[in-house]
Design a binder for this molecule. Sequence first.
Ligand SMILES: Nc1ncnc2c1ncn2[C@@H]1O[C@H](COP(=O)(O)OP(=O)(O)O)[C@@H](O)[C@H]1O
Ligand SMILES: [Mg+2]
Length: 239
Amino acid sequence: MIKVRGLNKEFIQGQERTHVLKGVDLTVEEGEFVAVMGPSGSGKSTLLQLLGGLDIPTEGDIVINQNKLSIMSEKERTIFRRKYIGFIFQNYQLLPTLTVEENIAFPLHADGSLTKEKNQTILKLLDSVGLKDFGQKRVNLLSGGQQQRVAIARALVNSPSVLLADEPTGNLDRNRAEEILGLISRFNREKNQTIIMVTHDIFAAGFADRIILFKDGVIDQEASRKDEDYAKYLANFMA
Ligand SMILES: Nc1ncnc2c1ncn2[C@@H]1O[C@H](COP(=O)(O)OP(=O)(O)O)[C@@H](O)[C@H]1O
Ligand SMILES: [Mg+2]
């Protein structure tokens, strides 16, 4: 379970202060699939960065699977991240001169060698993101959409209990997006993975159990699939 309480984040650059998150409270159950929507600049990516322990809040608490991030050292946060978190970055953050397989395998090196079993996992993932024959290609030779799929495979390779995805289908056409969302939903169902996905695409958000609307650093609205008027809420968004 993820518990966020009173989360504030301020960026300070010289004289300039940007108050990005202004008291976010959020609880996400284990195995829940949450979509985060909202205007550009409203703090969605910042929230994901904090949830993944990549940055620290100015104020407030994050507890993930009973680990309180605010009391961890940087090293502890790195270990925590490896153990629990898969991250799909908005700009992929792949290692350009490594091959597709090497990129996907990267998170596995931290805890030892590549076993046969792990290699099987990589091959399976490659297949499921539609890159079966691309394992040996260097990622800087791939298209944006292909790189995005490598990033998705890399995020899933450790079977993380929490997947944080920042616009994972942003550069994909509808068919490919549907495939990827299907894959993410399948991990969510079969492995009870908790998913928090930032997206601009209501089609993508429609795969989630709950949609949170972010506005100016706080949660402005939310609706859950269980709500009676969820369909109306979705329709409103599409309009
Ligand atoms: N490292 C940073 N330093 C300074 N300002 C930042 C930093 N990261 C994000 N911001 C600012 O925080 C605001 C929210 O950014 P972001 O979380 O990326 O929004 P979103 O993902 O909703 O588009 C923006 O105004 C952005 O310029
Ligand atoms: Mg963003």
